[in-house]
Design a protein around this ligand. Structure first.
Ligand code: E4P
Length: 217
């Protein structure tokens, strides 16, 4: 499973990138607003840091506006993926721009039917939102699993991005459910390589080694 970073913060991206773990980046208007910088500047900075796909979301709600924004955003860098919300207008936009070779990430997917529509319209990626489904007592991982099955049965190339990831369990379960990608918030990522028993084990080894050294002196 590929790891995308769900952030527009360049320090977070650089930190994880040093480990060779960043296959791509996803953003949305909320994530961009947190940085307090110009949208185009932030996206271009990220595209220069990460060679993999970088999702930048349109803000228009009508298809003509989405298409116009998508054509402009896609010029910002070679690795741009245009993020489009899952609506009728969004599907129309995806259908048009995917034929022009613009890569798309259809976002705010909450049902298998929505994922199937997006794939049929020509989406490069679909983003089922795990955390937000869990918030309404639904099952985000089951959605990933259903999409995996549908895309395999009908041979869609569309890749699944497990999004709205809130904890380590989501990452592990998305991997087991066959998600192509998990997009992980910058502050959650370090928790993937940490474990209290690892920390305790290191402390214990260090203490035992110190005691052994002191005995030898
Ligand atoms: C990424 O593509 C999504 O926009 C993001 O994961 C949403 O996460 P949230 O539900 O925690 O806001």
């Amino acid at each position: 499973m590929k790891f995308f970073l769900d952030t527009a913060n360049s320090e977070e991206i650089e930190r994880i990138n040093r480990l060779g773990l960043v296959d791509g980046v996803t953003t949305n208007p909320t994530i961009i607003a947190k940085e307090g910088k110009n949208f185009e500047t932030v996206i271009k900075e990220i595209c220069a840091l990460v060679p993999g796909p970088v999702s930048a979301e349109v803000t228009s709600l009508d298809s003509a506006g989405m298409i116009r924004e998508a054509r402009e955003i896609s010029q910002w860098a070679k690795n741009i993926v245009v993020k489009i919300p899952m609506t009728e207008a969004g599907l129309q936009a995806v259908h048009t721009i995917s034929k022009e070779g613009i890569k798309t990430n259809v976002t705010l997917i909450f049902s298998a039917a929505q994922g199937l529509m997006a794939a049929k319209a020509g989406a490069t990626y679909v983003s089922p939102f795990l955390g937000r489904l869990d918030d309404i007592a639904s099952d985000g991982i089951q959605l990933v699993s259903d999409l995996r099955e549908i895309f395999d049965i009908y041979d869609f190339d569309t890749e699944i991005i497990a999004a709205s990831v809130r904890h380590l369990g989501h990452v592990e379960e998305a991997a087991l459910a066959g998600s192509d990608i998990a997009t992980i918030p910058g502050n959650l990522f370090p928790k993937l390589w940490s474990h209290p028993l690892t920390t305790n084990g290191i402390a214990q080894f260090e203490a035992d080694w110190q005691a052994f050294q002191e005995k030898q002196e």
